[in-house]
Design a protein around this ligand. Structure first.
Ligand SMILES: [Zn+2]
Length: 155
């Protein structure tokens, strides 16, 4: 295990990550596709994203926005602004699905669908992944679609 090298004069480090889940959280994990929940996701995209971009810009902070493919397809302009501001896009599933609740083939299809969306809409391929729900579908992750998708894409 390595040690964190801080810049001279600095005593702490903070890692900020942003989940741009928008409506996918309510569709994929919570299965609440009602008007009320969808409006929460829309508010996050249309009001929350500009506010966070302004805040990060004010303090000269760049971070990783873990963004499901559904958010990219639904709110492409907001996602382009995130990228244009210099932030990284991280893979975060397609529908913010719950990995232990889906079959391996479905998980693989959704990982690939999100990759296609990132490429088609934003012209990039994320190298980082944050599991929706911080959980995994298989006890042996060496054979999982996540491992296959991310362990060979660092170049
Ligand atoms: Zn999330």
């Amino acid at each position: 295990m390595g040690h964190l090298q801080l810049p001279p004069g600095k005593k702490i480090a903070v890692n900020l990550g942003t989940d741009f889940d928008a409506q996918s959280l309510w569709l994929g994990g919570f299965n609440r596709p009602t008007q009320s929940f969808m409006s929460r996701g829309q508010f996050g995209a249309e009001v929350g994203v500009p506010r966070l971009l302004e805040l990060y810009s004010r303090f000269d902070i760049t971070t990783t926005w873990f963004t499901p493919g559904h958010s990219v397809d639904t709110f492409p302009e907001q996602c382009r602004k995130v990228v244009e501001a210099g932030h990284e896009i991280g893979h975060h599933g397609y529908y913010h699905e719950i990995p232990p609740g889906i079959e391996r083939d479905t998980e693989r299809r959704l990982v690939d669908l999100a990759f296609a969306t990132y490429k088609n809409v934003l012209g990039l391929r994320p190298t980082g992944y944050r599991s929706p729900y911080w959980d995994y579908s298989e006890p042996d992750s060496s054979t999982s679609s996540r491992s296959r998708a991310f362990s060979t894409t660092r170049a």
